[in-house]
Write a protein that binds this ligand. Structure first.
Ligand code: SAH
Length: 353
């Protein structure tokens, strides 16, 4: 049994059931046993593969987007280009290479920053970026980023931020809690806390008993901070994640271990635990702050940025096997039955000042 499981059981026995948000936060970032603090989740050896790890084209095209967004903002002097939740640092490495080719002058005047909560992953990112054309800076929290026009990207960050769940019971929507069953094992329960009906989506009224509704206070607070920063200093943001574009009832909490779904409560700290992102909620926050935003699918977004052209360039004159692997990567990133449709892309842009 995982040591985190023991730790959680002891804590719950002492103080009672914990929220799904607390459970997720401890699973992912517990200093001793957390998934991101202790494990190497990414890649074929790990538990899942993310888009930057599929192909260098992903980070390169995001570099093109960042550069174009900077130009569209009027090329503000001394901007910050940041990535939040950078994993192994692969996206930033590919982005740096792409923008260095586009405009070395842009790279010289830009501060590149990585926002990472896991000290272990900071070390991995430093190794990945050791020979890059810029000297990136690291921050553990978004708030600590230098105050300047900001161009920020986050890939599969929002899915990792803790959510709360509410379950429909005969006495209304109650917070879904993690407690101990009669055998002392982790189990879900309906707690005492409820939810303001004004926060429920339209389909909540007809949802059956046992239905789950998710809210993501940590995710929304971060989006709010980002929006405020963009409004104050100008800039743009790009957020990519699996999720849905209309707020709705549904249980999307999931655990991944060795490329397979795992029981959410079975292996705390040993499996990646995430939820699908409600992009509708993030778009509402952007709107409230007066930012312009677009919401598209990853497939559409990458094709518009020139995925096929970049694939053609990369494959030109290369052996057939290399060309095939590039074609596979294009499929994987953009095909509707792969990452192309499930993954959504939210762009937010401050009005030009
Ligand atoms: N973007 C990477 C990694 C995605 S996994 C990729 O696409 O491969 C999520 C990443 O977010 C990890 O690096 C994790 O440590 C980091 N993370 C989780 N919570 C965070 C927070 N609150 N602030 C900054 N980074 C966070």
């Amino acid at each position: 049994m995982s040591s985190l499981k023991e730790k959680l059981k002891r804590a719950i026995a002492l103080t009672g059931p914990i929220s799904v948000a607390e459970y997720m936060a401890q699973c992912l970032l517990d200093p001793e046993y957390g998934y991101y603090t202790t494990r190497e989740p990414f890649g074929t050896q790990g538990d899942f593969i993310t888009a930057p790890e599929v192909s260098q084209m992903f980070g390169e095209l995001i570099g093109v987007w960042i550069f174009t967004a900077w130009q569209a903002a009027g090329s503000p002097a001394q901007p910050v280009v940041a990535e939040i939740g950078p994993g192994r640092g692969t996206l930033m490495k590919d982005l740096l290479r792409a923008v260095s080719r586009l405009d070395p002058g842009f790279v010289r005047q830009t501060r590149f920053a990585l926002v990472e909560a896991s000290p272990r992953l900071v070390e991995v990112q430093k190794a990945t970026l050791a020979n890059s054309s810029a000297s990136p800076e690291w921050y553990s929290r978004f708030e600590d980023l230098p105050e300047a026009p900001l161009f920020i990207v986050g890939n599969e960050l929002f899915d990792a931020l803790p959510i709360r769940q509410f379950v429909k019971t005969p006495s209304g929507w109650r917070e879904h809690m993690v407690g101990l069953d009669q055998n002392g094992e982790l189990a879900f329960f309906a707690g005492v806390a409820s939810l303001d009906a004004a926060l429920l989506p339209a389909d909540a009224a007809t949802a059956p008993e046992g239905a789950i509704f998710e809210t993501a206070p940590a995710r929304e607070a971060l989006m709010d901070d980002i929006a405020v920063r963009l409004k104050q200093h100008g800039g743009a943001g790009l957020f990519i994640d699996y999720g849905f574009d209309k707020t709705a009832v549904g249980d999307t909490l999931q655990a991944m271990k060795s490329h397979a779904y795992d029981d959410v409560l079975a292996n705390p700290g040993e499996a990646d635990i995430t939820s699908h992102v409600d992009f509708d909620a993030l778009a509402r926050i952007s709107r409230r702050h007066g930012l312009a935003y677009t919401l598209t699918t990853q497939g559409e977004f990458l094709l518009q940025l020139g995925l096929l052209e970049r694939a053609g360039q990369l494959g030109a004159g290369k052996p057939v096997e290399v060309q095939e692997s590039i074609r596979d990567a294009v499929e994987r990133l953009a095909a509707p039955d792969q990452m192309g449709t499930l993954f959504k892309v939210l762009t937010v842009t401050a009005k030009r000042r």
